[in-house]
Design a protein around this ligand. Structure first.
Ligand SMILES: Nc1ncnc2c1ncn2[C@@H]1O[C@H](COP(=O)(O)OP(=O)(O)OP(=O)(O)O)[C@@H](O)[C@H]1O
Ligand SMILES: [Mg+2]
Length: 327
């Protein structure tokens, strides 16, 4: 399908993402791709921020919240536990308060405030985003495979990077401009302005952190983004719309992979009508997919006779996706 050459032939494209609607095969393809690249001797990290712990499911190993777990030689998997990151962050705040005021225990009123903050959706998102930034900035792997959550959400996370980026650019730009007047007003500088500079530094720090992550994720030189779809009319329409949106956010689109294609050649004899209808529907949809996405369709993956779970099934999926026998 050419996917193998694309991935191995451009090692600078370290970041690989599979996007698509819920349940179409993102986690399956992420795991199989990780397996394939690790099998080729590359150091690979496949990671997810999904609280569903679907990497634990597919690898049949409990890796949730355990950091980078080595699943097989060269193959590492990581499932970020956002709740735990929030708890850790809250503990840090508690410790700071106790240290600052020399207390042995945080007062009840403050404690209830800290507890309430974890219910904020922004808190969870910021914990998740921070975790992804950590992984991307830390380095140490040849390839990173980001097993995305279903489309809408993924789009939100990705867009967050560029939105923050634009916003912080504006603020830092303004601050830079103001700095030009600094010499003039140096003699008039008050404590307020000194603390403002601290804020400015913090903003630049955040901007650089988020900037690094979002730049990498939207950099066509370093990232490949594949859409997973199935031959169904509604899925085709949704994929088309989503591809437009992703394009607007500057996510580099590398191509489409069609999953769960019923292997017609294996069907013999009289088919029950429901199956015959399904096959006919798929044939029509596959025609449409070819018309709409053309040469951007990189491959077709057949419907397996079973759920894709466990290393044997993952290997089988990798062999199918990359058209190679693996050990
Ligand atoms: N080609 C296939 N043949 C048979 N089963 C498949 C195939 N591809 C995926 N599946 C099964 O479909 C289910 C959903 O797949 P998967 O978890 O990879 O989807 P997802 O896109 O990651 O879902 P979510 O959006 O919930 O994260 C799983 O049970 C998986 O084993
Ligand atoms: Mg998934």
């Amino acid at each position: 399908m050419g996917l193998a050459e694309r991935l191995l032939g451009s090692p600078e494209k370290q970041f690989i993402m599979y996007g698509g609607k819920g349940g179409l095969g993102k986690t399956t393809f992420s795991a199989a791709t990780a397996y394939y690249l690790a099998n080729k001797g590359k150091r690979v990290l496949v990671f997810s921020v999904d609280p569903q712990a679907s990497l634990s499911d597919i690898f049949e190993r409990d890796i949730f919240g355990q950091g980078n777990v080595e699943i097989a030689p060269n193959l590492f998997a990581c499932e970020v536990d956002a709740d735990r990151r929030i708890a850790e962050y809250q503990q840090e705040i508690r410790q700071k308060i106790m240290d600052m005021y020399g207390m042995a225990k945080v007062p009840d009123e403050i404690e209830s405030y800290i507890a309430a903050s974890s219910a904020e959706p922004a808190m969870e998102e910021s914990a998740i985003f921070d975790a992804v930034v950590d992984i991307v900035v830390e380095g140490g792997f040849d390839y990173y495979i980001y097993d995305l959550v279903p489309l809408g959400h993924a789009l939100y996370y990705l867009s967050m990077g560029s939105i923050y980026d634009a916003w912080l650019n504006k603020i830092t730009g303004l601050r830079e401009q103001m700095r030009e007047y600094d010499e003039v007003i140096a003699t008039m500088q008050s404590d307020d302005e000194i603390s403002e500079d601290k804020i400015y530094e913090e903003l630049v720090y955040i901007k650089n952190r988020i900037g690094t992550a979002s730049q990498i994720m939207t950099d066509p030189q370093r990232t490949s983004f594949y859409f997973v779809l199935t031959p169904e009319e509604m899925i085709i329409n949704d994929t088309r719309k989503a591809a437009d949106l992703f394009g607007k956010f500057g996510v580099p689109m590398s191509g489409y992979i069609v999953n769960r294609v019923i292997p017609v050649e294996e069907l013999t004899g009289d088919l029950p009508s429901y199956l015959r209808n399904r096959v006919e529907m798929q044939v029509g949809c596959l025609d449409n997919i070819r018309k709409i996405f053309g040469k951007d369709v990189l491959g077709y993956v057949p419907e397996f006779d079973n759920e894709v779970k466990g290393m044997d099934a993952i290997r089988r999926m990798a062999e199918t996706m990359f058209g190679e026998k693996l050990t």
